[in-house]
Ligand binder design. Structure first.
Ligand code: G16
Ligand code: MG
Length: 214
């Protein structure tokens, strides 16, 4: 039986991808590069460092490590500015209702995010009190699709991977969950998240007892 639900943050609980996209586009001005929406899709769930590396690759730009360090700071400053006005209205449809249902059913709830800014986002949106445990980019060394972030979540809550269900919007995240030996529920499009055990478009109208039946 399943005891815990582990949630990705960006794209599952809130839509911060739009802010990451804007912040990366602003950064791209430094090396005259215009990031496309399609490319931004490939940055979902990917760590900040790895995202910069991919963008520089696409731009065919080779930067020194000092330059990269400075740009990572600049990108995050852009991003923090953009998310500074986030509020509870930005929680994705059906999320609060779903969290209420699983809490009622007795599941433990953890975050499993690549972001180093998760606490700011959870605080600004009022989501923080729902979580029994937060594992984010500050607590892991390996990026999704490595299962580390979810394995630490399971361990921290005191459960085996087989007792956990992961909610993810990114391919890399679904892969991480499966590698970790957990069930994965994809949020988004079934063809993109084909490795997931189940896929739902959003949490809107979802009945937890039905969804969590395997
Ligand atoms: C999120 C986003 C990624 C972002 C990463 C790191 O992951 O999906 O696009 O690059 O966090 O974020 P930060 O720069 O805030 O540390 P997740 O796992 O929450 O989807
Ligand atoms: Mg995500």
């Amino acid at each position: 039986t399943y005891k815990a639900c582990l949630f990705d943050l960006d794209g599952v609980l809130v839509d911060t991808a739009i802010y990451h996209f804007q912040a990366w586009k602003m950064l791209g001005e430094n090396f005259n590069y215009q990031l496309t929406e399609e490319q931004n899709e490939q940055l979902k769930g990917v760590s900040r460092v790895e995202s910069l590396n991919r963008i520089l690759d696409w731009a065919n730009y080779s930067a020194t490590s000092e330059q990269k360090e400075a740009w990572l700071i600049e990108k995050n400053e852009n991003y923090l500015q953009l998310i500074s006005t986030m509020n509870p209205a930005e929680i994705l449809p059906g999320v609060l209702d779903f969290l209420g249902q699983i809490k009622e059913l007795g599941y433990k709830i953890a975050l499993g995010s690549a972001s180093k800014n998760s606490e700011v986002i959870l605080t600004k949106t009022g989501l923080l009190p729902w979580f029994d445990l937060i594992i984010d980019g500050n607590k892991v060394t390996k990026s999704k699709p490595d299962p580390e972030v979810f394995l630490k979540g399971a361990e921290g809550l005191g459960f085996k991977p087989e007792e956990c269900i992961v909610f993810e919007d990114a391919q890399a995240g679904v892969e991480a969950a499966k590698k970790g030996g957990m069930k994965a529920i994809g949020i988004g499009e079934a063809d993109v998240l084909s490795e997931a055990d189940k896929v739902i478009p959003t949490f809107f109208g979802v009945k937890a007892t039905e969804l969590l039946k395997f």
